[in-house]
Design a protein around this ligand. Structure first.
Ligand code: GDP
Ligand code: ZN
Length: 356
């Protein structure tokens, strides 16, 4: 069973959650007598979940210290179907030595600072948590082959801004096409963009942006994301080219989401690679989170009518009125344009979703 099957049909639990908190809740069904009293897990160690494979979670304990080690763990039965994903800070008890053949046990996770979910499409009511605690999203697009699509990048941006995660953009394959016209779409966003110069990827500059952060890498298949991950983390060994030929079924280790450590003279950071994740679900997006990412426009929008969509046809929208009165700078106008496009991405999604 893959981690995806494992985490079926359950919403992420934002709460600090562990066995003891479950037991302290009155539960009429819990009348089965317990033969053994379990410890309260005050002695649990907290570590980073790097990956999940067939019900086994790899957790790094004592990260960055001399005793740093990987511990293979299972999940406590009491956690029921709560999802535990790459990037989670897990509480681990039992054998935490990390010695061969030993198994620790996850009894809870620490409250998440951010959460990215995926869904098959916007109408998919089943959203799955895929990455916890990321603070950056590095969006990889190719200048050509496959052709870059601004709408797809917009969707990533919406998911990032909604989750409070800082977006970065990398353009690969600039040897095949000039990305200038494509990049003009994002002028108003103040997005940090990395492109190759003389066909050489600025690996060191991208790496510098990763130090001290937990960065989830996203991109359509074929854009060169694995190539980039391997250049940044040489030990990663992510399969490039035609992934499915590796196993014939796509059940290779590189088909699951994992955390990889970026290391350089500047420091370390975490790269979270998400193969096979085409898009993030926009089912839970709150447009207010998108507006909030445009601080100066959000201030003007305080004067909008209640429930204003800020879209081009919104009546009495303070942003549109400010633009019409010439009160926005050129940059401000470009940013309003970007904001409206992202809000439109969300609105299109809502229209396509039955029951919303
Ligand atoms: P992924 O599916 O996004 O992980 O893409 P891969 O890293 O597997 O790359 C897909 C294909 O694009 C491979 O054949 C790579 O060799 C090729 N590729 C990656 N980066 C570049 C680039 O900068 N220029 C060109 N021309 N090809 C590239
Ligand atoms: Zn408005």
């Amino acid at each position: 069973m893959s981690w995806l099957d494992d985490s079926d049909d359950l919403d992420g639990d934002f709460e600090d959650f562990d066995e003891s908190s479950i037991r302290s809740r009155p539960n009429p069904k819990a009348n089965r007598p317990r033969t053994k009293r379990r410890p309260a897990h005050e002695d649990a160690q907290i570590g980073r979940v790097l990956g999940v494979d067939r019900g086994r979670y790899s957790v790094m304990l004592d990260e960055g210290t001399e005793t740093e080690r990987m511990v293979t763990t299972t999940r406590a039965r009491d956690l029921k179907r709560m999802q535990i994903v790459t990037g989670d800070q897990a509480r681990v008890v039992g054998d935490v030595s990390g010695d061969d053949g030993t198994l620790g046990r996850i009894v809870g996770i620490v409250e998440r600072s951010s959460l990215l979910r995926r869904s098959a499409d916007d109408t998919d009511q089943v959203e799955r948590v895929i990455v916890a605690n990321a603070d950056q999203m590095l969006i990889v697009v190719a200048a050509a082959d496959p052709e870059p699509r601004a709408r797809l990048v917009d969707r990533y941006l919406v998911a990032a801004l909604d989750a409070g995660v800082r977006p970065l953009l990398v353009v690969t394959k600039t040897d095949l096409a000039d990305p200038t016209a494509f990049l003009a779409h994002f002028d108003g966003l103040g997005l940090e963009v990395f492109t190759s110069a003389q066909d050489v990827m600025p690996i060191d500059r991208i790496g510098a942006a990763l130090v001290g952060h937990s960065t989830v890498f996203v991109g359509h298949s074929g854009v060169g994301k694995s190539t980039l991950v391997n250049a940044l983390v040489p030990s990663a060994g992510r399969a490039t080219g035609h992934v499915n030929q590796v196993t014939g079924r796509g059940r290779h280790t590189s088909s699951s989401t994992v955390s990889l450590r970026y290391e350089s003279a500047l420091g370390t950071g975490w790269v979270i690679d998400t193969p096979g994740v085409r898009s993030f679900g926009l089912g839970h997006v709150d447009p207010a989170n998108i507006l909030a990412a445009f601080t100066e426009l959000a201030a003007i929008a305080e004067n909008c009518p209640r429930g204003c969509t800020h879209l081009a046809d919104a009546p009495d929208c303070a942003l549109i009125e400010a633009a019409e009165r010439g009160e926005l700078s050129e940059t401000g106008l470009a940013r309003l344009d970007s904001l409206q496009r992202l809000l439109q991405t969300f609105a299109d999604k809502a229209e396509n979703t039955p029951g919303r």
